[in-house]
Design a protein around this ligand. Structure first.
Ligand SMILES: Cc1ncc(C[n+]2csc(CCOP(=O)(O)OP(=O)(O)O)c2C)c(N)n1
Length: 347
């Protein structure tokens, strides 16, 4: 009897490698993140919140990142030290839309800060999402701590930290590089810089003497690369390679993602759509349709469902209470209040 051998070739097109279902899933998450951010912007303009800052334009990098996080609590899982443009990442991990809206309203039901912090400043102990801070770059110093714990414990869990291009001028970014690369204890940390081209109103081109921010990796002979953060497929594979490296080698990696900044810096700069900035979701849809990996109906359904989900969350949040003056004290200290603190509205 003749023996026949079958060889199945793995697809080389990165789109085919990911497959239609995963690509459409990524598109749905990107649409949900965009719809949510646009709702938050509307709320800031209509007086339903006082300040907006967020991540429209960073979806193509943050969705594939969120999908590859080793989610859970403790050193065996990934720790996340994030900045304020990470909504798509956190939605991809499963954070509910309504909780962002609650924080925008400064509602008592905001699970992240009980209405005390800016929107897009989450903390989720169950998933090692460390409290986010509007003071830029401090997260890179904090990341050293969890990465040291993970270097000591071994396993697959690593530390992820992200921030913007302008923030890399600060010492915390460089502290992280130095500590991550100590020969005595290299750290399993994925350092991410999302380069959206601006620090508030300062163009990156006038600020950076280095050709790429990822070139800082060369000083330490650690892997570093710059990726098109407007391309979700290129981002998926770049993130995957970096995560594999950090998890298996227990060493650091630096990724710089080049993205758009679709609504400017924040509500302080108007939060209007900026003409001429490439839209990563539009670009992705063009690719999906051109390659026959998604139909116009798939695309339309993703937007329709995202809008319905967001409207539902927004309506529900409207009837939720604002904090009362005495609500300032609960949760302030994990062990309860010192006796010297007033419990009823201050003194
Ligand atoms: C320590 C500190 N300095 C200054 C600020 C004011 N500030 C808020 S955002 C920002 C620009 C940050 O730009 P970049 O790091 O590129 O991040 P992006 O906002 O573009 O994502 C600055 C200077 C701050 N929040 N914290």
């Amino acid at each position: 009897m003749a023996i026949t051998s079958q060889t199945s070739k793995a697809p080389t097109d990165p789109y085919l490698k990911l497959g239609k279902e995963r690509l459409l899933g990524m598109h749905r998450l990107m649409a949900r993140a965009r719809v949510l951010e646009e709702q938050l912007i509307k709320m800031s303009k209509s007086g339903e919140g006082f300040f907006w800052i967020g991540g429209p334009g960073e979806e193509a990098f943050n969705v594939p990142l969120g999908l590859q996080v080793l989610k859970g609590r403790g050193v065996a899982h990934d720790y996340l030290h994030l900045h304020y443009r990470s909504s798509a990442l956190l939605l991809s991990m499963g954070a509910p839309m309504i909780d962002f809206i609650r924080q925008m309203r400064a509602a008592a039901t905001d699970p992240y800060s009980r209405g005390r912090n800016f929107v897009n400043h989450l903390n989720i102990p169950e998933w090692n999402v460390v409290p986010m801070c509007p003071t830029i770059e401090v997260q890179y110093s904090m990341a050293i701590g969890t990465a040291i714990a993970q270097a000591r414990s071994g396993g697959r869990g690593i530390t992820l930290v992200n921030g913007g291009d302008a923030g890399t001028a600060e010492g915390d970014f460089h502290s992280c590089l130095v500590w991550a690369n100590r020969p005595a204890l290299p750290l399993p940390v994925l350092m991410i810089v999302v380069n959206n081209g601006y620090g508030i109103s300062t163009p990156a081109a006038g600020q950076h003497g280095e050709k790429h921010i990822s070139d800082w990796a060369k000083v330490f002979d650690m892997p570093g690369r710059t990726v098109d953060g407007n391309d979700p497929v290129a981002s998926y594979f770049a993130i995957s390679e970096a995560l594999d490296y950090c998890r298996s080698q227990r060493r650091p990696y630096l990724i710089e993602a080049l993205t758009s900044r679709l609504y400017g810096h924040s509500s302080s700069s108007g939060a209007n759509r900026i003409p001429g900035e490439s839209d990563c979701i539009t670009l992705f849809e063009e690719q999906l349709l051109k390659r026959g990996l998604g139909s116009q109906e798939d695309v339309d359904a993703a937007w329709k469902n995202a809008r319905a989900e967001c409207l539902d969350a927004y309506q529900k949040s409207k009837s939720e209470p604002q904090p009362k003056p005495e609500d300032i004290w609960p949760g302030m200290f994990s062990s309860g209040l010192p006796d010297s603190y007033p419990t009823k509205g201050g003194s």
